[in-house]
Design a protein around this ligand. Structure first.
Ligand code: NAD
Length: 415
């Protein structure tokens, strides 16, 4: 899907709420656009001594509910349009989870595979220098996303603190625990997703102990999701993939062994005992649960009718187009929409901010207890709205989220 399309997709989701929420033309006009965005050019000294300039973006979409929050991607394909769309998604995700946060997103257009650790550190620090005036625990708080990780967040937090002249752990989340990161943040998105899969399976009468699962994407979210559906829910993970392709084994894969293979070879492809398949094949496998955990726009009007999974749990952001949504609904596929299914990451990021403010740190069991409570109650609320209003799960999730943002905008006197 072209990046512009993701923003259009999100706008169409917004429109589905129009008649039911009092989302009038004025409010819709505001919600169609980001509140502010900054584009920067990051001059970075490369290892060979030359300077390269990387385009960078930060979009703060809507801050009616509180300071904005959203990840930073390091990916060559990111543009102002893609970041704008992802910032919009973050707004609805934070609102749906009832967090006192608005939505934002950021990116540096670079290819981390071609960069050394030193170059990545200099890009991370340059990003913070460029956006420092817009950042901070009460303004906008970045977190990890595609091709950024705990180390990236550690460099960013350190740079922010140097510029502020004091230690400010709450300015960035997804940090390593030694710098004030929360226990349980690393796999929070995947664990949160598993709670919703468990709830949904109960509702559609799917026994998870014998269920088959395919996971697209084998990074932070996809790897942990594959691990957890197997170890916590007892599912059989029959297929996984990454940017180079996928693998299939009907007997089930051990994600830890696949991860070891990926560490040695750079990809899941050619894992012993499994068949190589394409990313397209993976999406159309005859499995019980399909988990897209990589890129946006992979389930489209073209392939949606061939999706055979009973449940699609969107752990990636924006994996399904609006056309595909309609087809999946018609075919009775139970969809856990992204703003619901992958909310675990931002929930634990919020917990991290709370711990940083209070300087009181929780153990992993406490983080999981609170995360489960939030994910389960949110899932049930969306399901109830979907039944009550006779709309699909995505529309119900948007109704909940958009309604809350409109309420905050009205209370502030913006509309
Ligand atoms: P990551 O960088 O750790 O992993 C991305 C994975 O996707 C890698 O395995 C990569 O090989 C794979 N990939 C890239 N292009 C692909 C392609 N064309 N086909 C198949 N696989 C491909 O990123 P992540 O943090 O795991 O994020 C994955 C998705 O989850 C993104 O959509 C992200 O926005 C979303 N998400 C992440 C978090 C989080 O906490 N990290 C939270 C919410 C949502």
């Amino acid at each position: 899907m072209a990046q512009q399309d993701l923003l259009e997709t999100v706008r169409k989701h917004l429109l589905t709420c129009k008649c039911d929420l009092g989302l009038d033309d004025d409010v819709y006009e505001i919600l169609r656009f980001p509140a502010r965005e900054l584009h920067a050019s990051l001059p970075v000294r490369m290892d060979d001594g030359r300077i390269r300039v990387f385009p960078a973006f930060r979009v703060q979409y809507n801050d009616a509910l509180g300071p904005t929050k959203g990840g930073v991607r390091f990916h060559p394909g990111e543009t102002a349009e893609s970041v704008r769309a992802l910032a919009s998604l973050m707004t609805w995700k934070c609102a749906l989870q009832n967090l006192p946060l608005g939505g934002a997103k950021g990116a540096v257009a670079c290819n981390p595979r071609e960069l050394s650790s030193g170059e990545l550190e200099r890009i991370s620090r340059a990003y913070v220098r460029a956006f420092f005036p817009l950042m901070g625990p009460e303004r906008d708080v970045p977190a990890p996303d595609m091709y950024t990780n705990q180390q990236t967040m550690a460099w960013m937090m350190d740079e922010y603190s140097r510029l502020a002249g004091q230690n400010v752990p709450g300015a960035i989340t997804g940090k390593p625990p030694v710098l004030g990161g929360s226990e349980g943040r690393l796999d929070a998105t995947a664990i949160g997703g598993c709670y919703t899969i468990r709830e949904a399976a109960g509702g559609i009468g799917l026994g998870l102990r014998s269920a088959t699962v395919a996971v697209q994407g084998f990074g932070n979210v996809g790897y942990h999701a594959a691990m957890l559906v197997r170890s916590q829910l007892g599912c059989r993970v029959v297929a996984v993939s990454d940017s180079r392709g996928g693998i299939y084994d009907s007997r089930g894969l051990n994600p830890e062994e696949v991860q070891e293979h990926k560490m040695q070879t750079g990809s899941v492809v050619d894992f012993h005992g499994a068949d190589n398949i394409s990313n397209h094949d993976l999406l159309e496998l005859d499995v019980d649960v399909l988990i897209p955990a990589a890129l946006e726009g992979v389930i489209t009007g073209e392939n949606a009718s061939r999706i055979r999974a009973r449940m699609v749990a969107e752990l990636a952001n924006g994996p399904t187009t609006t056309e595909a949504d309609g087809v999946l609904s018609q075919n009775g596929v139970h969809l856990i929409p992204d703003i619901l299914g992958n909310g675990g990451g931002v929930i634990v990021s919020y917990f991290e901010m709370v711990q940083n403010f209070s300087r009181w740190y929780w153990d992993e069991a406490e983080v999981h207890r609170l995360l489960e409570k939030k994910m389960v109650s949110c899932y049930r609320q969306v399901l109830e709205t979907s039944r009550k209003m006779n709309v699909n799960m995505r529309q119900a999730a948007y109704m909940e989220a958009v309604g809350r943002v409109i309420q905050a905008m009205k209370a502030r006197g913006w509309v």
